[in-house]
Design a protein around this ligand. Structure first.
Ligand SMILES: NC(=O)c1ccc[n+]([C@@H]2O[C@H](COP(=O)([O-])OP(=O)(O)OC[C@H]3O[C@@H](n4cnc5c(N)ncnc54)[C@H](O)[C@@H]3O)[C@@H](O)[C@H]2O)c1
Length: 336
């Protein structure tokens, strides 16, 4: 039931157990914080591999069957086009929802999901996993302390020297976009979360595909994107992300913040997708305040399941941040 307490270990169903779905299922199973009751995926091999991680679970053929069974919440990791409609279906049955990013392909879809969760008073979470890295947590403490003085510059980067390996990622209707929807979504989420719903004054962007500017984002997905934004009328944000960039390493990931009293910077090390360092900058010197090695991948999902167990199934108003981030993404795509 919505808006109510749940058992200590929430009863969960997993819909879509491809790469990230099985990864998050494993993370929840390892923590032993939930009762994994149902698995659903049209790919039988993936469903069987997921069952190895949660042998007590039952395999069901559809989301409809899953959400009408005795569950507290549903974890969605299907292709992006399905996220909004599947989230709303589950919410209407009063289930808590944890969805992979992006929650929707545009702001309208995201707004509809958040509104449905609020109306039904159910817990809604999205897998913005970078929030939960030790490095970003340390960076947030610096920003929240005010010690950087007046912040005026932000640099956000996510280049992946590889591209996705599944065809649906290259269809704008199925993916909602290219590298911005896949990687840039994490950067925009960090911006909105760290600055607590900033006002967005200007967004100028350029999107490319295979070295050429894109003319119609409904027909082509971008593999290189840059944007310049002004937020809170006083902070200049530079944003860049890509697939298949000849970056000289596997990945370049960065979130740096500059103020009148110094800087703080979260960066991947040695091109890694998983290892990060956060450094505090003082003029020309620097000090590491977070070192690599934390297992952060499944933490957003774990945090959601723990919140469901501790507070019951109720809407968390922080979910409105998902709408703000989606509105910025629409602006990067020049959507009306
Ligand atoms: N949070 C993150 O950092 C992160 C990382 C990777 C992927 N993702 C997101 O996770 C989602 C899945 O990505 P992936 O790489 O695991 O893709 P994937 O193709 O490996 O997995 C998708 C799974 O959904 C299944 N599926 C398709 N239609 C379905 C339906 N109607 N009902 C149930 N299952 C269905 C497929 O059979 C497949 O097993 C994407 O939206 C992606 O953006 C998020």
């Amino acid at each position: 039931m919505n808006g109510t307490m749940v058992e200590n270990k929430p009863k969960l169903g997993f819909i879509g157990v491809g790469w990230i779905g099985r990864n998050r299922l494993q993370a929840i199973a390892n923590e032993n914080i939930a009762n994994i009751k149902v698995i659903s995926d049209p790919n039988q091999q993936f469903a069987e591999e997921a069952l190895l991680l949660a042998p007590q679970a039952e395999v069901m053929p559809s989301l409809q069957e899953m959400i009408t069974s005795d569950l507290d919440g549903v974890i969605i990791a299907t292709p992006s086009a399905l996220h909004a409609s599947q989230s709303i279906e589950a919410i209407h049955e009063g289930k808590a929802v944890f969805c992979q990013k992006p929650l929707g392909r545009n702001a309208e879809e995201v707004r509809n999901v958040v509104q449905a969760a609020q109306d039904k008073n159910v817990l809604l979470g999205v897998d913005f996993s970078y929030r939960f890295t030790q490095g970003i947590q340390a960076l947030k403490q610096v920003l929240d302390s005010g010690e950087l003085g007046t912040i005026y510059g932000v640099n956000l980067v996510f280049h992946n020297a590889y591209g996705p390996d599944k065809p649906w990622y290259f269809d704008p209707k199925l993916a909602g976009g290219g590298c911005v929807m896949d990687l840039g979504v994490h950067l925009v989420d960090l911006l909105v979360w760290l600055f607590n719903n900033p006002e967005v004054n200007e967004v100028n962007s350029q999107l490319f595909s295979k070295g050429k500017p894109i003319t119609n984002v409904e027909e082509q997905v971008e593999d290189y994107a840059v944007a310049q934004m002004l937020i809170n009328s006083s902070i200049a944000v530079q944003f860049a992300c890509s697939w298949n960039l000849p970056a000289g390493v596997d990945a370049v990931i960065e979130a740096s913040f500059y103020g009148t009293n110094g800087g703080v910077s979260f960066k991947n090390i040695n091109g890694s997708f998983y290892d990060f360092v956060t450094e505090r900058f003082y003029g020309t010197s620097r000090q590491a305040i977070s070192t690599p090695g934390d297992a952060w991948g499944g933490k957003a999902a774990i945090n959601w399941a723990e919140e469901l167990a501790a507070k019951g199934n109720q809407f968390n108003p922080e979910a409105h941040q998902y709408v703000k981030a989606a509105e910025i993404l629409d602006k990067i795509y020049n959507r009306k």
